[in-house]
Write a protein that binds this ligand. Structure first.
Ligand SMILES: [Zn+2]
Length: 545
């Protein structure tokens, strides 16, 4: 028996076998039929021509980090226009925060502020408080003198492999901590209580549903600098038990969480989680995805590992997060143990290292269709496209980076390498599957913004951002639905609208493929349906909820 029939819609199914329909029938949380006779149900909703798509799936986001950031000081642009405004915002929050408590800000970009914040100014803005300001890239932060003192770094910098404690001309730390150095701050607040994480999940989910997101992939839990607790999965399980998960979530355990299991040698389980659970464990609401490994850092922060120096007369080429041989060994061990592997690699030097590791892993331990991923895949030489395609690698770039980080990225690599930045079209032409993702909270995560940027490719200042790699609205929609489902090995249950698929749908005010590219970002999400139930309803249709 049909539970709900949506009629008079413009249904873009993302199923190549049947790309368009006008009605969708839902039963038992799944798509029952397309264009069926609505007489079989009492619950018929007239969509009056609105557009229906499979629900958006954000293939790379940080759900807990985003949920927590909603409670932190917004120091991103345009919220703060310069360092003076940033210090004022910190002073304001400090004045409303109990003495001794932390003041945490998120999202600053020194390219837009004119420089990194400084410890001395933060001491003046928030006396008696510990101040922690996270860079928009997630790869660095600035802290004040109290935090530096807690870390034993207030007077002089200590050498730190894979990281940097920035100092002024006299050798005194400025408060800026890069890559592995910023992990030290995490050690002062880590681990967070699970109840706090569950609340962050619930806050984030409410936002996601308003934006048409029905699934997301959390890119790193339970270990390394992205973790909030070693028991982070339990926060998601609690959210689910309490009916607060909202969207379907795929969790990537951090590589640091994997360990030897002591299983029989014939099993090849050299790196795993307890009990041997791995990629694919779970169900339609909560499941384990790939293992997340970090090869390098940030492009706008100029820490990502490039073959040639950064632009602007710099000598630095960035650096790897770990010794190259150890990184490759970790990737190969995870592959050998049956994991899908998702490696963060931004610079062309890091990408070569990862492609080498995937090549060796597949040669030494052949596996069918492992779908290994490269997260971001940012500075990509032409030969690397062909190489990655040949290995079946799934590239996971972020469309929205063009607007919010594009100016800083263009400056970081210089004109000779602009055509290598955040490719899309050449990846599709090479036969690769392109997912859609935001990396939220690094940038604004609404899928329609990401989709618009994949088409428009302009920076915040209006500069073209490697426009030769622009794709069509149809290709961008496909990425955010079926492409992301493929990257999660879930294309048989979601990512398209066809009988038997999960009834995860988003209803939009207009068809993104039928409006001008400039208008895509301004379209409205009218409803979001997960598992056949309306979870967000803007009230545009009679009888929906
Ligand atoms: Zn990320």
């Amino acid at each position: 028996m049909t539970d709900l029939a949506l009629v008079n819609g413009n249904v873009l199914t993302m199923d190549p076998a049947r790309p368009r329909a006008s009605a969708v029938a839902i039963a038992g949380g799944r798509i029952e039929a397309l264009n069926a006779d609505p007489a079989r149900t009492s619950r018929v909703v007239d969509l009056r021509g609105a557009t229906v798509l499979p629900g958006f799936h954000d293939a790379h986001n940080h759900m807990i980090g985003f949920g927590m950031s909603l409670a932190e000081v917004d120091i991103g642009s345009p919220s703060v226009g310069g360092l003076g405004e940033l210090y004022a915002a910190i002073a304001d929050r400090a004045s409303r925060t109990a003495p001794g408590e932390w003041v945490v800000g998120t999202g600053y970009d020194q390219n837009k502020l004119g420089g990194h914040p400084h410890r001395d100014a933060l001491d003046r803005a928030a006396p008696g408080h510990r101040v922690w300001l996270r860079h928009t890239s997630g790869h660095m932060c600035v802290v004040n003198s109290l935090v530096l003192a807690d870390l034993g770094l207030d007077a002089a910098a200590t050498d730190l492999p894979g990281g940097r404690v920035a100092t002024d001309a006299d050798g005194r730390p400025t408060g800026l901590l890069e890559e592995r150095a910023q992990l030290l701050v995490g050690s002062l607040v880590y681990p967070y209580p699970l109840a706090e994480l569950t609340s962050a999940i619930s806050l984030a989910a409410a936002e996601y549903l308003k934006e048409g997101v029905t699934s997301c992939t959390e890119a790193g839990i339970g270990g390394g600098w992205v973790a909030h607790s070693p028991a982070e999965l339990a926060a998601y399980a609690a959210a689910r038990d309490q009916g607060r998960l909202g969207v379907r979530v795929e969790l990537m355990p951090a590589g640091e969480a994997l360990h030897p299991l002591g299983a029989h040698a014939a099993d090849n389980l050299v790196a795993g989680l307890d009990l041997g659970i791995k990629t694919g464990f779970g169900d339609d609401w909560l499941r384990l995805g790939a293992v997340k490994i970090f090869a390098d850092g940030s492009l706008v922060g100029r820490t990502a590992a490039l073959h040639d120096p950064y632009a602007g007369g710099e000598s630095g080429r960035g650096y790897l997060q770990e010794d190259a041989a150890e990184l490759q060994a970790a990737i190969i061990a995870a592959h050998r143990s049956g994991w899908q592997v998702a490696t963060h690699a931004i610079g062309d030097r890091a990408i070569d290292l990862v492609l080498d590791a995937y090549t060796r892993a597949l040669a030494e331990y052949p596996r069918r269709d492992p779908r290994h991923r490269i997260e971001h895949f940012a500075v990509v030489q032409p030969g690397q496209v062909a190489r990655a395609a040949g290995l079946g690698v799934i590239p996971v770039p972020q469309g929205r980076f063009a607007t919010e980080l594009g100016d800083g990225m263009l400056a970081a690599v210089g004109p000779d390498r602009h055509a290598w930045l955040y490719r899309q079209r050449s990846l599709l032409e090479a036969g690769m599957v392109l997912p859609g993702s935001s990396d939220r909270p690094v940038v604004t995560g609404a899928p329609l913004l990401g989709i618009a940027d994949m088409v428009n490719r302009r920076t915040a200042s209006g500069a073209p951002f490697n426009p030769g790699e622009a794709i069509t609205a149809q290709q961008a929609l496909y990425a955010w639905t079926r492409g992301s489902a493929y990257a999660s090995r879930q294309e048989h249950v979601k990512g398209s609208i066809a009988p038997g698929m999960l009834a995860d749908l988003v209803v939009l005010s207009e068809d993104p493929t039928a409006v001008s590219a400039e208008r895509i970002a301004g379209l409205t999400v009218l409803a979001t349906i997960v598992g056949g139930l309306p979870r967000y309803d803007a009230g545009a249709f009679d009888g929906l909820s």
